[in-house]
Design a protein around this ligand. Structure first.
Ligand SMILES: Nc1ncnc2c1ncn2[C@@H]1O[C@H](COP(=O)(O)OP(=O)(O)OP(=O)(O)O)[C@@H](O)[C@H]1O
Ligand SMILES: [Mg+2]
Length: 242
């Protein structure tokens, strides 16, 4: 049994089929890459897995449980969390407070309980933010804001983390540092799906790649197989901006 099984996932928005009968699995301890051009349906897949969107068809199974269209907080409690493509920190709170919000009990505006300062520093340190706990997000460079989003996702203690374009807007050095941090999370036992536009940032990180094109699976394989795949190459050459 795979940790996550997506089977025949379809998501329509009116007349538009954003995800079209897509199936893939992720095994425990794996890092799966999902690539595809703008509008391919990558974020919609994540939104369906997290029940941000209800599915049109198909099933999503996590740890053997059918989680299709379950309330998002229940999915998080089962051990899934997601880093969205757009960062949404709260600038009124410092980095530590932003992380703490994700450790509070699941009640509206609960201000008591949650993780200790030591635990919060622990989440921050896994993405190199331990010295910036007192700063507010608007004081941070872009790469640190993205890392804060990952620390927030870590604070729910996930088994499987979905990362939507974690490297976007980062320079080469920042990409290298974040890749090392993601690799360290994997060594601690975390399973991950990483979405990106292309292979460049993912090549050394992922075990396997699923290529999505117009909501369907175009190819699947190891990074080397995908780099050599003719169908993928011709999709690249069709100028769709992979
Ligand atoms: N809430 C929505 N309502 C209507 N259409 C949507 C919605 N969300 C996504 N879509 C459409 O679904 C398709 C897939 O979008 P999605 O955001 O999943 O692509 P993506 O692969 O993540 O693209 P990008 O690389 O630009 O982030 C697009 O045509 C998009 O316009
Ligand atoms: Mg997207």
């Amino acid at each position: 049994m795979s940790l996550l099984e997506v089977d025949g996932l379809t998501k329509n928005f009116g007349g538009l089929t954003a995800v079209d009968n897509l199936s893939f699995t992720v095994d425990e301890g794996e890092i799966l890459g999902v690539i595809g051009p703008n509008g391919a349906g990558k974020s919609t897949v994540f939104n369906c897995v997290m029940s941000r969107y209800s599915v049109t068809d198909g099933t999503i199974t996590f740890n053997g449980d059918d989680i299709t269209d379950l309330d998002t907080y229940k999915i998080v409690n089962k051990g899934l969390s997601r880093v969205t493509q757009e960062s949404d920190p709260i600038d009124l709170f410092p980095v530590g407070g932003n992380i703490k919000l994700f450790t509070l009990p699941n009640s509206l505006l609960s201000l008591y309980g949650g993780a200790s300062d030591k635990e919060i520093a622990g989440y921050a340190s896994r993405v190199g933010l331990e010295t910036k706990l007192q700063e507010t997000p608007d004081e941070l460079p872009h790469a640190d804001v993205r890392r804060l989003e990952i620390a927030k996702a870590l604070a729910t203690e996930p088994e499987l983390m979905l990362l939507d374009e974690p490297f976007a807007g980062m320079n080469k050095q920042e990409i290298g540092t974040l890749s090392d941090q993601i690799e360290a999370l994997r060594e601690e036992g975390m399973t991950m799906i990483v979405v990106d536009h292309n292979m460049s940032g993912l090549m050394r990180l992922v075990d396997r790649v699923v290529v999505i094109h117009n909501g369907s699976k175009l190819a699947e394989g190891t990074p080397d197989e995908i780099a050599d795949n003719e169908e993928v190459q011709s999709a690249y050459l069709s100028g769709e901006g992979f």
